[in-house]
Design a protein around this ligand. Structure first.
Ligand SMILES: Cc1cc2nc3c(=O)[nH]c(=O)nc-3n(C[C@H](O)[C@H](O)[C@H](O)COP(=O)(O)OP(=O)(O)OC[C@H]3O[C@@H](n4cnc5c(N)ncnc54)[C@H](O)[C@@H]3O)c2cc1C
Length: 415
């Protein structure tokens, strides 16, 4: 049942509960907060927003603020109810969701936007030893490891492996040569000969892009000093090595970007939803996973699910659909929208796919910067978005874990 079927009285407005304050949830909350005909509650397990597209940059010397944004900067707590809680239970009969500490939240309409989680596919040792950049804590742990390694014994790990040749793996591995050069200089360690490898199980990088783009990006990575190994699957990881089929790479630094899975909430509630093969929720033409429960962004089995732009597009559709329903207007069906993929590959260079067009190099990088500005503005006021966007240029090469007494070398000039 949708909220318009509820009796709207002056005493009681329909309750819209949004679970998850990521791209989809925040965008939807921003669109509907402050309406006189709707009460909006936004529940999230974190009081910050993770701007995933810049996490690779934060992990390699970019500012923390560009990828970790307080929710109160994005939504107005005077115009909606903002709650920090982790939802573990859905009861569609009682129309409630319940958080970890037992608080139940009543809804008339529910929107689930919980995002995806890292999938290690049960590969031995990965969860224990591999780094990941799926969260700000993951990105910072990786960055700390790079610095600590240089501080500890002045003999840093020289073998770096990024697993996963999708956009995240490509972005991160391409940023590493420059970042490692900077921080070895910062810690006054003679720059060693690094080996940086990118491992991908598919026959080519960026498997969702054109073959031409895969080839151009691979060439660019090789120019940056990255060894690209395609058609290779990871078998196991130990504290000192990564095992592939028939090969062992000595390393203490592996970053896993190769797998995501739908949020386990849906598996836990599998009897309430129809799940696609990839674990995402089948939705109808109004993005409902079941009556009164919309499922958007990474959780929904839509054509372009898995991209921030899709989560934003889904939220825009649901916001408009809810308003149309409240006003008893006709409700057109959801239409998927092809996202524009822009992958940065090292300093001032990006590969962009825009419909039929492929754009490379500085022009691609310009497009990415424009996309980031628009991305921030989709979620924040323009002045704040602009400041955040400027912050993307600020480097945090400085080492926050240096022992007192060790003065870092002056920073290298920018490339
Ligand atoms: C490293 C990385 C880089 C990326 N780069 C790009 C890119 O360049 N371009 C692009 O288009 N896409 C990119 N993506 C994908 C994009 O970030 C996702 O598609 C997008 O975040 C999906 O939005 P969402 O709203 O579905 O979920 P998310 O943005 O993941 O938000 C989920 C929210 O739900 C909250 N939550 C989770 N569980 C619970 C719970 N049980 N109770 C309450 N709250 C909960 C989380 O705290 C989070 O706030 C990237 C992803 C990663 C990991």
């Amino acid at each position: 049942m949708i909220i318009t079927n509820m009796a709207v009285t002056p005493q009681r407005k329909p309750q819209l509960v949004i679970v998850g304050a990521g791209f989809g949830g925040v965008r939807l909350a921003r669109k509907l907060q402050g309406r006189s005909d709707l009460d909006v509650t936004l529940i999230s397990s974190s009081d910050h927003f993770a701007y995933y597209p810049q996490l690779y940059h934060t992990a390699s010397g970019g500012a923390r603020t560009e990828s970790y944004i307080p929710l109160t900067n994005m939504v107005d707590p005077d115009e909606l109810k903002l709650v920090k809680d982790t939802i573990t239970k859905l009861d569609p009969e009682a129309k409630t969701v319940t958080g970890t500490f037992g608080t139940a939240y009543q809804y008339d309409e529910l929107v689930l936007a919980l995002g995806a989680v890292t999938n290690y596919f049960g590969i031995q040792g990965l969860e224990e030893y591999a780094y990941n950049i799926k969260s700000i804590s993951g990105a910072e742990k990786f960055k700390r490891h790079l610095h600590q390694d240089l501080i500890d014994d002045m003999k840093p790990d020289v073998n770096f492996v990024v697993v996963g040749g999708g956009p995240t793996g490509v972005e991160l591995v391409a940023a590493l040569p420059d970042y490692l050069r900077r921080i070895t200089h910062l810690h006054r360690v003679p720059t060693p000969k690094y080996s940086i490898k990118l491992i991908e199980a598919a026959p080519r990088l960026l498997p969702r892009s054109t073959e031409h783009m895969s080839a151009v990006v691979q060439h660019r990575l090789e120019e940056l000093g990255v060894e690209v190994m395609t058609g290779q699957t990871v078998k196991a990881e130990t504290a000192t090595a990564l095992e592939l089929a028939g090969e062992k790479i000595t390393t203490q630094t592996v970053v896993w970007t190769a797998g995501v899975a739908n949020h386990p909430f849906f598996k836990d509630h599998a009897s309430l939803f129809t799940l696609a093969k990839n674990g995402k929720v089948e939705v109808n033409e109004h993005l409902e996973g079941r009556p009164g429960v919309r499922v958007i962004g990474d959780n929904a089995s839509t054509q372009y699910s898995g991209m921030a732009q899709t989560a934003l597009h889904d939220a825009d559709y649901v916001a408009a659909d809810i308003v149309r329903a409240l006003q008893r207007r006709s409700r057109p069906a959801y239409k998927p929208k092809a996202p524009i993929a822009v992958t940065p590959v090292g300093p001032y260079w990006a590969a962009a796919q825009w419909g039929e067009f492929e754009i490379y190099g500085l022009a691609g990088f310009g497009l990415r910067r424009a996309a980031d500005l628009i991305g921030y503005a989709d979620l924040e006021s323009w002045p704040r978005a602009f400041l955040l966007w400027l912050d993307d240029n600020r480097r945090q090469d400085d080492c926050t874990i240096c022992q007192p007494g060790i003065a870092p070398a002056p920073p290298l000039p920018a490339n």
